[in-house]
Design a protein around this ligand. Structure first.
Ligand code: PSU
Ligand code: MN
Length: 304
């Protein structure tokens, strides 16, 4: 039995050494509302293709771990309600039971690595939530970055997280956090988190060579690339801070926690910014898809 189902374009690309970029599906089912989620998913795939790479959106459909979805599958997922959100802990259970679910960053990394895909583009990763010292809410995405050899391109960690703690945990886990083209860590909707990034790189080639060196050194795990949102799409930190504070307080007063927390906060911030957070989110994902495709292209050009 094959572990996963490759779409025909992804199978061809992997066989021919064409660069492939993995894409997650939780951003579609839990990160954005219909129909903008479908439009975003299609535009991200088109952006990857325009750079000469092949997109591989990953999800579990009726128990099958699908690497590469066709347009009908993408649309069905975008419209579906109550789809499971699958992280490392949930993936095997969903597959064994023949279920359907969207993969988070952690689960998408697992699938990508098994399929031989080393580059993955998304919007934001999970991290250390505010109040982690009492609620212990630390995303499995961080552990995954420490053990699965995939370079993940994101736009930094969201302001709904505790960014200094997220950086500390990534350092403890030995995950390189690389700001792209600037010294400061980007913070998803904003270009500057007010924190210096541990590492900085300015070209896709540098990022590809660093991942290859990890593999050569037999170091497990991947890299986190934090790519700042394009300036024209950003929401400045001062504008967002009160919105995030309000959304966090609302989550607390409604008793929202665990897996529901990130989707709830995203939806609440969308309402509070009257949709501006969604426009910014789409712009940054497209920007990351472009950089991801360029990194994948550099990786496939490396010797060996
Ligand atoms: N950040 C976003 N949009 C998202 C997510 C994060 O801006 O959709 C999703 C990703 O799939 C990420 C997951 O892997 O949330 C993290 O969830 P948790 O904190 O429950 O691990
Ligand atoms: Mn969590």
């Amino acid at each position: 039995m094959s572990l996963f189902t490759l779409s025909a374009p992804v199978a061809d690309a992997l066989a021919n050494g064409t660069p492939v970029v993995a894409l997650e599906s939780t951003i579609i089912t839990h990160g954005m509302p219909w129909p903008q989620n479908l439009e975003m998913a299609r535009r991200v795939e088109d952006t990857v293709r325009a750079e000469g790479a092949v997109p591989a959106t990953i999800a579990v459909l009726d128990g099958r771990l699908c690497v590469g979805l066709d347009d009908a599958q993408l649309e069905a997922l975008a419209q579906a309600r109550n789809v499971a959100k699958l992280s490392r802990a949930d993936l095997a259970v969903c597959m064994a039971e023949g279920g359907t679910g969207a993969t988070t960053v952690a689960a998408t990394m697992i699938a990508a690595a098994r399929a031989g895909i080393a580059t993955f583009a998304t919007g934001g990763i999970g991290g250390v939530h505010r109040g982690a010292e009492s609620n212990f809410d630390i995303s499995a995405d961080l552990q995954e970055l420490a053990q699965t050899p995939v370079t993940v391109v994101c736009a930094g960690a969201k302001a709904i997280l505790d960014l200094p703690k997220t950086l500390e945990v990534l350092e403890t886990l030995g995950v390189p956090v690389i700001a792209y083209g600037q010294d400061q860590l980007p913070a998803f909707w904003s270009r500057d988190a007010g924190l210096r990034a541990p590492l900085r790189m300015d070209t896709p080639g540098q990022i590809a060579r660093a991942q290859a060196m990890r593999v050569a050194l037999d170091l497990p795990g991947g890299q986190l690339v934090a790519n700042p949102i394009p300036a024209e799409a950003e929401i400045p930190r001062e504008v967002l801070a009160p919105v995030v504070a309000r959304a966090t307080a609302d989550a607390e007063s409604h008793g929202i926690r665990g897996k529901q927390l990130t989707p709830y906060l995203l939806q609440r911030i969308f309402e509070l910014t009257e949709g501006r957070s969604l426009d910014a989110n789409i712009a940054l994902v497209l920007n990351n898809a472009r950089l991801g495709a360029r990194i994948a292209t550099e990786m496939s050009a490396l010797p060996g």
